[in-house]
Design a protein around this ligand. Sequence first.
Ligand code: ADP
Length: 634
Amino acid sequence: MAHVSDLIASDIGEYLRQHEHKSLLRFITCGSVDDGKSTLIGRLLFDSKMLFEDQLAAVESDSRKWGTQGADIDFALLVDGLAAEREQGITIDVAYRFFSTDRRKFIVADTPGHEQYTRNMVTGASTADVAVILVDARKGVLTQTRRHSYLVQVIGIRKVVLAVNKMDLMDWSQAVFDRIVDEYRAFAAKAGLADVTAIPLSALKGDNMLAHSERTPWYRGPTLMGFLETVEVDDAQQQTGAFRLPVQWVNRPHQDFRGFAGMIAGGMVKPGDRIRVLPSGRASTVARIVTASGDLPLAVAGQSVTLTLADEVDVSRGDVIAAATDPAEVADQFEAAIVWMADEPLLPGRQYLLKIGTRTVGASVTELKYKVNVNTLERLATKQLELNEICVCNIALDRPVAFDRYAVNRETGGFILIDRVSNHTVGAGMLHFALRRSANIHRQHTDVDKAARSTLKEQKPAVVWLTGLSGSGKSTIANLAEKKLLALGHHTYLLDGDNVRHGLNKDLGFTEADRVENIRRVAEVARLMADAGLIVLTAFISPFRAERDMARRLLDEGEFVEVHVDTPLDVAESRDVKGLYKKARRGELKNFTGVDSPYEAPEAPELRVDTVSSTPDEAADLLIGKLREMGLIQ
Ligand code: ADP
């Protein structure tokens, strides 16, 4: 843009001032491999010639390497550079590129197009105002196009550009363009995307990118750049919405100063504003807005600030400071949409961590309502969610959080799910609304409690959790140990795998999803029995660490005793008490632990018993000894 460079040369101050006041458009480009995404982004960057310096430097050094020295950057090299960067960049999930024109500043999230990179798209899209969906004119609307469009809708982007690229290869045929656009519009309308602008393009040749192309006299709409420069950005949720500050940390440099720092996620704030701290609900007034460059009279969404309050109220990391007149909601059960990003499926009942704003809590999916077929938008019943799938489900948290509906505020209504063991992000979610039961079911306070019940029994409650392969000896050892405890005068109960599956859990099979639910129920029952004051023994294969850890978390510190009945597979298999291994080896029994379903051995059990070197009776004695050592029995 010639006159911009002139202005930079003649009056840098004026240039910077104009630049400051230009609005910012964030957009995302989505397309399959080879649709021409790199070319399109390259063209936008190239024509605006406002690349960030490092990108310029990289391209220039490339041109030198290739012997095309000169002031002008070569377009093809720029595109190659972008593509190469993305290819190597399996680790760079999303590349954010910056450019600017006379009218606007832009941030484009450039994401790899392969199917498995849905995750990257979600990351890139979460802050975008517009999605540019690329279609190759030769191929038309593909599954990938539909998947991306549906995701774009779920993520809350309302404005879509359908960039029908490579029109030069289809002789600029209006019929081809119209057919693609009609098909896309029909899908978009069903998916809930009403605002679609379709543009016939050749990103490579530059047609309809910046200037209207002579080759599409039949096209009357905007050019791509023209659209991006003028499209209205709806930042309602951000600046004009209700004030929200998720507290990132509590800043206490000395006794007399307590500040609450974070990035404003909605609305604006001034000293004197009444606020509420959530989830506790305590009210106060904003005293000061502190920043590194002095106090502010006003701060808005997107700014990082430290607030001080007029009163000594309790605020901790993860709380949300919200406008008192329009506070966020607080709940611990929700309906939400989830996009799954992990190879391991999402299983209802399994415990994950959920991070919303600056707070992380325990969470599990209580009900998978349906998943969506991205091609037909059909709702399908399902027991689990696989990589790249999208579902609507109910979620329960282990404690209440402050939130807004995602449609109202993407920052305070969006969340990620994290695997508890690997710490990887496995899903992204959007809160729809709190479930009524969340507000209506309160824990009933009872006067007679666990301590009272167990004192009467003159014992400490505990859950002794035996885990191991089938035939390892869990039932045998638990049975002997219970007899010994009874002889010592203790009140006990033995929950055994097969018995529970005849009653409480007879609706469950042996798929991974059902196994998770099986153990969740057993853990809850064990917790209730411990609450009744009993010493509970459980004998379940319980192959997954996540569920055993969940059972542990249900109990108080020191009440959970994990016992690994450690028997090598070949030994357990040779015992084959119930003939199950033989059946499994013959393929008559699917999902059998150790054969075609995994067993995750405990990493730090309270006790490990080796049934090869010790007899069942010795093993039971070891267990009793462990309970004594832990102070659970005398
Ligand atoms: P699980 O409940 O783990 O499926 P079971 O207790 O039903 O296993 O079966 C274990 C089998 O192994 C029993 O037949 C038991 O007699 C035999 N066994 C041999 N040595 C031991 C030992 N040291 N501890 C427990 N069981 C043993």
